[in-house]
Write a protein that binds this ligand. Sequence first.
Ligand code: PBG
Length: 322
Amino acid sequence: MMFTRHRRLRRTSVMRQLVRETQLSCDDLIYPLFIKEGLKKKQEISSMPGIYQLSMADLLDEVASCLSRGLKSFIIFGIPQHKDPIGSQASDDNGIVQQAIGLIKKHYPEVLLIADTCLCEFTSHGHCGLLDGQTVLNDASLERLVDVALSQARAGADIIAPSNAMDGFVYAIRKALDSSGFEDIPIMSYAVKFASSFYGPFREAAEGAPSFGDRKTYQMDPANRLEALREAQSDEKEGADFLMVKPAMAFLDILRDLRQESKLPLVAYNVSGEYAMIKAAAQKGWINEKAIVLETLLGMKRAGADLIITYFAKDVANYLQE
Ligand code: PBG
């Protein structure tokens, strides 16, 4: 025999399905929702076509339209009417995120709700923690974030997802949840979160851009791989139930590394800038949107992701139904 006939297993569509190694399913997708306090009517985010800031009045319709497509898991971001230096509204039991969780749970108790635990949408300065001058404090921020997480759990969140990138956030939140009767609420840690330019459109959507400086003292340098493994390792030791890599497209190697190092479920966050690039090129007619979206998300799963947080979730649900 002179050579190997790989094409044998590609001969027909059914044959290709038979040997396909990676699948996308609505069960693996998490859809982000942005709820803005005081908003009358939903408003499209200009850099994220098809994604809206929702009002409380729009929220249930949006959830219903997702459920009818088979999407059952959501991550909730809130934009409060009033911001202050400590992000008070983030831990208010009557805050916008808590209200949104309560409303969805009342009508759709079966839905899975993930609360993003951070301060940047709630602070007047747009940083993810408390400040001393221009410095983002670590340990003082942890105390605030614990209050935020507890309030989200009381509101009915199924999973707490700390994205603030302070050191020790998993440890602090796990301890507080356990001592408050929430030992069954898992933590989905934004364990490997890079200081990325791919978050640009999100900062418009969530109105949480830093008013000065950047996030490079708490989010990771995109050049680093070993540091990503250290971040993931410490979060796992501190009690994380899921590990996330964010962004996804430029960091597939990190997903693969974590897949090999950890047995925890892995989450890829297909972030706002990744969504915006594909939507923009598709609107110009330069790419085949459906094919590119499916290829992109499959790549994340092939690299090692079990779950994907993606603004494309509704589009993918439609494709899977076709
Ligand atoms: C909050 C947070 C951010 C994103 C998710 N949670 C923004 C940031 O860290 O600046 C980005 C998500 C996206 O770009 O889609 N800290």
